[in-house]
Design a protein around this ligand. Structure first.
Ligand SMILES: CC(=O)N[C@H]1[C@@H](OP(=O)(O)OP(=O)(O)OC[C@H]2O[C@@H](n3ccc(=O)[nH]c3=O)[C@H](O)[C@@H]2O)O[C@H](CO)[C@@H](O)[C@@H]1O[C@H](C)C(=O)N[C@@H](C)C(=O)N[C@H](CCC(=O)O)C(=O)O
Ligand SMILES: Nc1ncnc2c1ncn2[C@@H]1O[C@H](COP(=O)(O)OP(=O)(O)OP(=O)(O)O)[C@@H](O)[C@H]1O
Ligand SMILES: N[C@H](CCC[C@H](N)C(=O)O)C(=O)O
Ligand SMILES: [Mg+2]
Length: 494
């Protein structure tokens, strides 16, 4: 609970009208979440303008509004006019919650791929040392063992501050967050000071939003600027950076914080070498501080070696010894929907994976290539209302690796699924090798079933793009859809 006047010192105001003496019990930018005593911030969004919900918010109990346009409401609520309501939200909300991020160790993980996996690895290691851990990311929010649903990988300011505050109230000591480029560009993480920033990699994605790759890189770099020692509420900050990534150096340049680099090519502070793997495990040696540590993981793929190195780096900054980290990692099980093997006693492999970027797909198919005994069957599509330029690129990659490719729908959202598969097909045709075939099966269920039906002994079926998702977003509705369930059904039918 805070007086409106106390909050207003944190942001630049044009004018205030109405009752200025009110006390605020909550803040929201969503009229549907307004409670009695709420401050409602009107945001002009990508689809609707929050100002149009001003009256609705007042009817629901809002006692104050933050606006940038004139609104007419039917009571004497406090109306605070500002230049930019988004900026006001970024200023006011963390202050309302007394900056919860300053009361926990904050570990932020960014990069195109591997964020979810890396955050879960860090969580596993920290919990093995008895820390109370919260996690925020694509799959869910978790406070210790309790799980809560999430709508964005990195929630917007209000939701984020609410969650962080809840974590503090429940005694969380370490919060691990995926920090998406959208979040960094839109200021969703304002008021959050990170102790450790982790960079996994940077490859093409989200050009629909960032427009250029440089902008995308600049957004990612913001996290590392932020852990620079000059921002001084917290001390003991650090960065963990994949130095094998072509943009690793650019990320290093963005920060003045101490930097720990990792590599599988011997270039880092933390190095992995002699990697061998099966479809379920990988074994390698980690070299750190002049010592060698044998690692055995229940995950496969070189990309997961990178994720593990990133997680180790973050945990070394938490002063956990390499010996303890090594021991904890042995019991790590992979994240749902990330190279998840579907096993119903069949004599071929079926893998559900969340690869939804060119690099993600390339990595997963490369891994499949290395472990397959016979042919590779790939089922995938691309999401609608997302970077369309990645579609033919992913098509080409699928065709370069797969022996049979089923091009299908992902989450079409507002787009025509037939057009999306056509965009993918252009690349498939380009990349198709002699003897390889492809088929367009727009219905994802049908595509998965066909792929499973066509598999023979020793084959590997890769179903990519939706991983843990248990829904499919269509133009007019969202339906229940789970690649793993469909694959299991198909295996039982076979
Ligand atoms: C482009 C984008 O990021 N959009 C986000 C934005 O939505 P928006 O601007 O469309 O909001 P809007 O629907 O126009 O609404 C405007 C305002 O009116 C309010 N409103 C709306 C309806 C109503 O009845 N009452 C009301 O008050 C809304 O709460 C909002 O404040 O604000 C919403 C609320 O915070 C977000 O959920 C939404 O993310 C959408 C769903 C999304 O798909 N975002 C993707 C692109 C995204 O952010 N992805 C990243 C990256 C994932 C990765 O790593 O690959 C992520 O972090 O998730
Ligand atoms: N380090 C990595 N490098 C490249 N690809 C990876 C890496 N880690 C995972 N992948 C691939 O990307 C997919 C998504 O992995 P993960 O969910 O960990 O990434 P993310 O960055 O959280 O993705 P999102 O942007 O959707 O949140 C995996 O299913 C796998 O195919
Ligand atoms: N965080 C990613 C997830 C993509 C998952 C894929 N299934 C899709 O819907 O495109 C995004 O929002 O772009
Ligand atoms: Mg994620």
């Amino acid at each position: 609970m805070k007086k409106i006047t106390d909050l207003l010192t944190t942001t630049k105001i044009i004018s205030i009208t109405g009752n200025e003496t009110v006390t605020i019990t909550d803040i929201t930018a969503d009229s549907r979440q307004v409670k009695k005593g709420s401050l409602f911030i009107c945001l002009d969004g990508a689809t609707v303008d929050g100002h149009t919900f001003a009256q609705k918010a007042v009817d629901a109990g809002a006692v104050a509004l933050v606006v940038s346009k004139d609104v007419t409401v039917s009571s004497d609520v406090c109306i605070i006019k500002v230049e930019d309501t988004r900026q006001a939200m970024m200023d006011i909300v963390p202050s309302f919650f007394d900056y919860p991020a300053n009361k926990m160790r904050m570990i932020g993980v960014t990069g195109t791929n591997g964020k979810t996996t890396t955050t879960h690895m860090i969580r596993h290691i920290l919990r093995s040392q008895g820390h109370k851990v919260g996690i925020i990311g694509t799959i869910h929010i978790m406070i210790e063992d309790k799980s809560y649903p999430i709508h964005n990988t990195t929630p917007d300011v209000v939701d984020l501050q609410h969650i962080l505050n809840q974590m503090v109230n429940e005694g969380v000591t370490h919060c691990i967050m995926e920090v998406s480029s959208h979040a960094l560009a839109l200021g969703r993480v304002s008021g959050v000071e990170y102790d450790t920033a982790v960079f996994t990699n940077l490859t093409q994605d989200h050009l629909d939003f960032h427009k250029t790759f440089e902008n995308y890189l600049a957004a990612k770099c913001k996290l590392f600027e932020q852990v620079s020692a000059s921002n001084q509420v917290k001390t003991g900050k650090g960065a963990v950076i994949n130095i094998d990534d072509p943009y690793g150096h650019r990320v290093i340049e963005a920060t003045t914080a101490p930097t720990m680099t990792y590599s599988t090519q011997g270039k880092g502070t933390l190095n992995a070498h002699d990697v061998t793997m099966t479809s379920k495990t990988s074994t390698y040696t980690i070299e750190f501080d002049g010592k060698q540590y044998p690692i055995k993981m229940n995950t496969t793929g070189l990309f997961n070696v990178y994720n593990t190195l990133a997680a180790i780096g973050a945990c070394l900054y938490e002063n956990i010894s390499m010996e303890k980290i090594d021991e904890a990692l042995q019991s790590f099980r992979s994240v749902p929907g990330r190279f998840e093997l579907i096993e119903e006693g069949q004599d071929f492999a079926v893998v559900v994976d969340y690869a939804h970027t060119p690099d993600g797909l390339q990595n997963i198919l490369q891994t499949a290539q290395e472990i397959k005994e016979s042919k590779m069957i790939v089922v995938f599509g691309c999401g609608g209302d997302r970077d369309a330029t990645k579609r033919p690129i992913m098509g080409r990659i699928a065709a370069e690796f797969g022996d049979t490719i089923f091009v299908t729908s992902d989450n079409p959202r507002t787009e025509d699924p037939n057009q999306i598969v056509k965009d993918v097909e252009v690349g498939v045709k380009e990349g198709l090798r002699e003897g390889s075939t492809y088929e367009v099966v727009v219905d994802r269920k049908e595509a998965i079933k066909k792929a499973v039906r066509s598999a023979r002994t020793g084959d590997i079926v890769i179903i990519a793009g939706k991983g843990h998702e248990d829904y499919q977003i269509l133009k007019d509705r969202t339906i229940h859809f789970d690649d793993r369930e469909v694959a299991r059904e198909a295996l039982k039918e076979k």
